[in-house]
Design a protein around this ligand. Structure first.
Ligand SMILES: CC(C)(COP(=O)(O)OP(=O)(O)OC[C@H]1O[C@@H](n2cnc3c(N)ncnc32)[C@H](O)[C@@H]1OP(=O)(O)O)[C@@H](O)C(=O)NCCC(=O)NCCS
Length: 194
């Protein structure tokens, strides 16, 4: 059945899938402690780029975030996806599909990696799996990645994953330190990149 015109609440969206090394799944009540541990380990690397990493979260705050995130997954307003290493069982980061337009079938993906798992290709692997999930399960027409033009590691993920740089929005918003940032916009579009 075509998904076009379907109210997204009626969609059957798988809550987990796998890539070679990762289990990728929707958040569950109780994931807050694992997220908190990974965020605290990675806080120095996250802080320059993620506004929410300005303060060190308590376990309770992480659990509140996760529970809200699960509710959003269920009502289809935001699809956060947690990344677990299949062998160690550790939470290695987070990604998801955000700021969606269900009519146009357009989504934005974002990501962060747990510092002890950085530099090993896990995020590129997750982005490929999540992109395929968006294309095949959600009939995505467009998947976007936005990042601060100074965030070379994030831009490298987009390039490595085959996204096309469409443009740079100059002085688009404030970075976490309050300075004005330029925003790079990468995308994959049906009929062009896939
Ligand atoms: C952006 C971010 C997620 C990138 O993480 P990352 O670990 O560099 O990305 P990947 O997991 O794709 O790993 C790529 C690196 O692993 C290496 N690598 C090793 N094995 C690999 C494999 N099998 N496949 C691909 N790359 C591999 C690559 O060469 C690359 O190394 P390099 O950085 O030395 O060039 C991370 O820097 C981060 O969390 N930053 C803070 C949050 C943030 O900025 N998020 C994005 C906001 S827009």
């Amino acid at each position: 059945m075509s998904l076009s015109g379907l109210n997204p609440i009626l969609m059957t969206i798988p809550e987990s899938f796998e890539s070679a090394r990762l289990l990728i799944r929707a958040p569950l009540f109780g994931d807050g402690a694992a997220v908190n541990e990974a965020v605290i380990e990675s806080i120095e690397e996250l802080r320059p780029w993620m506004p929410w990493a300005n303060n060190i979260p308590t376990i309770e705050e992480s659990e509140i975030h996760i529970r809200n995130s699960r509710l959003k997954f269920l009502d289809r307003t935001d699809l956060q996806l947690l990344l677990f290493h299949k062998e160690t069982g550790q939470l290695i980061g987070s990604s998801g599909l955000h700021r969606m337009d269900w009519q146009a079938r357009s989504f934005e993906t974002g990501y962060w990696v747990r510092t002890s798992y950085a530099g090993q290709g896990y995020i590129s692997e997750a982005v490929e799996a999540i992109t395929n999930f968006a294309i095949h399960q959600l009939e995505a027409n467009r998947i976007e990645i936005r990042c601060d033009s100074r965030n070379k590691k994030s831009a490298a993920v987009a390039e490595r994953s085959g996204f096309t740089l469409e443009g740079i929005l100059r002085s688009e918003k404030c970075a976490t330190d309050g300075s004005l940032r330029d925003t790079m916009i990468f995308a994959k579009v049906r009929g062009v990149e896939y």
